[in-house]
Design a protein around this ligand. Sequence first.
Ligand SMILES: Cc1cc2nc3c(=O)[nH]c(=O)nc-3n(C[C@H](O)[C@H](O)[C@H](O)COP(=O)(O)OP(=O)(O)OC[C@H]3O[C@@H](n4cnc5c(N)ncnc54)[C@H](O)[C@@H]3O)c2cc1C
Length: 165
Amino acid sequence: MPSDIREQVRLGRHLRADDHLRWQNILSEQGWLAANWPTEHGGPGWGPVQRHIFDEECAAAHAPTVVPFGVNMVAPVIMKFGSIEQQQHYLPRILNNQDWWCQGYSEPGAGSDLAGLSTRAVRDGDHYIVNGQKTWTTLGQHANMMFCLVRTDPHAKKQAGISFC
Ligand SMILES: Cc1cc2nc3c(=O)[nH]c(=O)nc-3n(C[C@H](O)[C@H](O)[C@H](O)COP(=O)(O)OP(=O)(O)OC[C@H]3O[C@@H](n4cnc5c(N)ncnc54)[C@H](O)[C@@H]3O)c2cc1C
């Protein structure tokens, strides 16, 4: 691990995007970026004890936390519900840090009451046209990809009609 990154984490300082990517590229080359992924998707295939040891060693070494939105949040969804094409396209791009994901749930009018979200997605052929506003998007300024919650059925009760896209 680069000593300058270790020192910034030890001192509790914010990391720049480049710092996150430098460390995640090192982990990626080692095959350890996605500690919770199975081997069939490029992960180390670790069990809970191995993952815990890895987390403990990273903490002891003042290693940055891996940005979670791609590796830990959207990737398991793509593995479980994605088509083979989606898996083959998105998962390698997460593993080699080509894509930086962020999470678009909260809105100015929908935080704790997320069911109050109003960002709309309207189908247009093979695509959805999304209109709305998201807020509080952690590290969104560095991201090129977002997974978000959108309203696809405005007539359903507010807790329904919401899609993950
Ligand atoms: C550091 C940080 C990072 C974040 N990153 C992301 C992100 O990456 N992506 C994303 O989508 N969102 C993100 N969020 C937003 C987070 O999910 C919202 O802040 C959270 O859901 C609360 O919503 P709010 O801030 O609108 O507060 P509000 O929902 O307006 O709540 C304000 C206060 O009212 C209380 N309250 C709300 N409803 C009720 C109720 N029914 N009864 C009693 N009390 C109530 C709450 O507990 C709170 O104390 C982030 C937030 C923070 C602070």
